[in-house]
Design a binder for this molecule. Structure first.
Ligand code: NCD
Ligand code: ZN
Ligand code: ZN
Length: 346
């Protein structure tokens, strides 16, 4: 008997679409399965103002192939010069759904991010007042902190103090990779959410480094040891409202991944829903995939759940494309390293 799973159309609450030819190449990969996504603003130059977000939204919609529907949920890139009034206006108009905090130097295109948190105090206070969420790349940049500890240290040194100093600020811990992140999220109220990526449910740090270095498994925050992957699986499949899908699908052309100083980011848009069905089935939680991918994120962002549905069918191992063409060169699709039998029905 064929096994099928139908869920409400999912949302991706953390997505990199880039711009230009890369945008045109990767957008259909997401729009095929997802109704909406929170669009990351780390372009070069970054999307800082409401006007820039409106223009980027127009470019995304212009790149959407005929017959596909997709709603980009725009974000602003927080800088030390961000104007609270501009943020408030972009939120009031309905254009912007979140502001993104990159500690300066923490990840791809984060140079314009925040160094001195006192300089963004006014923006954060305005956001708390109007209920606009802050999405956080949660890693310290202190070079003396081991890269595998940077998330846990960020929680203590930055995240918790900022939240205490700004009561009412709604925060999303993006792409959590540790049991420390899971435990912290669980100890907070409904003003805190946490996204979990597809790839962090699948790989641990040994997958990156054992048997040869795998540049396509390198992303930030870097995958941690197995106990953390297991904690993320438990959290994602728990059904708890604070945990929801943000794939962090982050395309880079292969020549920049397979490089002496390779870029961080895994491209999972193409096969994310199949991989998630595989993971949730392994965890005996297929019935909670919809909560994780389609309901919890929408609820956190105070959006209605999507009307449409998506059906996955279990059958022969699926042949995903190894790469997609991007205009800037091929982009490798995340390869979990095991056969996957769940396919999204056309
Ligand atoms: N996750 C990554 O490894 N890379 C992201 C940036 C980010 O989300 O930190 C990217 O933009 O490439
Ligand atoms: Zn990030
Ligand atoms: Zn990201």
């Amino acid at each position: 008997m064929t096994q099928t799973l139908t869920l409400r159309r999912p949302d991706d609450m953390h997505l990199h679409l880039r711009d230009g030819a890369m945008l045109a190449a990767v957008l259909p990969e997401t729009a095929r399965h997802f109704a909406r996504a929170i669009i990351m603003p780390n372009l070069v130059p970054p999307v800082v103002t409401g006007a820039q977000a409106a223009a980027y939204r127009d470019r995304i919609l212009a790149a959407l192939p005929d017959g596909m529907s997709f709603e980009p949920l725009m974000t602003l890139y927080l800088t030390e010069a961000t104007d609270p009034a501009d943020v408030a206006a972009a939120h009031a108009s309905g254009l912007v759904k979140a502001v993104k905090l990159y500690p300066a130097g923490a990840t791809t295109n984060s140079q314009s991010g925040v160094r001195d948190f006192d300089k963004v105090r006014g923006v954060l206070e305005k956001m708390a007042e109007i209920g606009l969420p802050l999405c956080v790349h949660g890693e310290v940049t202190d070079p003396s902190v081991d890269i595998f500890d940077r998330e846990a240290v960020f929680i203590d040194r930055v995240l918790d103090p900022v939240r205490r100093a700004t009561p009412g600020l709604r925060v999303v811990m993006e792409h959590i990779t540790t049991k420390d992140g899971v435990d912290y999220a669980r100890a907070q109220g409904t003003d805190l959410g946490a996204t979990i990526t597809t790839h962090h449910l699948i790989i641990n740090r040994s997958h990156i480094l054992a048997g040869g270095i795998k540049p396509h498994y390198y992303c930030l925050p870097v995958a941690k040891r197995e106990l953390h992957r297991l904690a993320l699986r438990e959290a994602a499949t728990s059904g708890e409202a604070r945990f929801f899908l943000g794939t962090d699908s982050a395309p880079h052309p292969d020549h920049l991944k397979e490089h002496a100083c390779g870029c961080a980011g895994c491209f999972t848009a193409t096969n994310t829903m199949s991989l998630l069905a595989h993971v949730f089935e392994e965890e005996g939680a297929l019935q909670r995939l919809e909560v994780f991918a389609s309901l919890n994120g929408a609820a956190f962002y105070q959006l209605p759940p999507n009307e449409g549905t998506l059906t996955l069918v279990k059958g022969d191992a699926v042949d995903f494309p190894a790469k997609i063409e991007s205009g800037a060169g091929p982009v490798t699709v995340f390869d979990p390293g095991f056969p996957v039998h769940w396919k999204v029905q056309d």
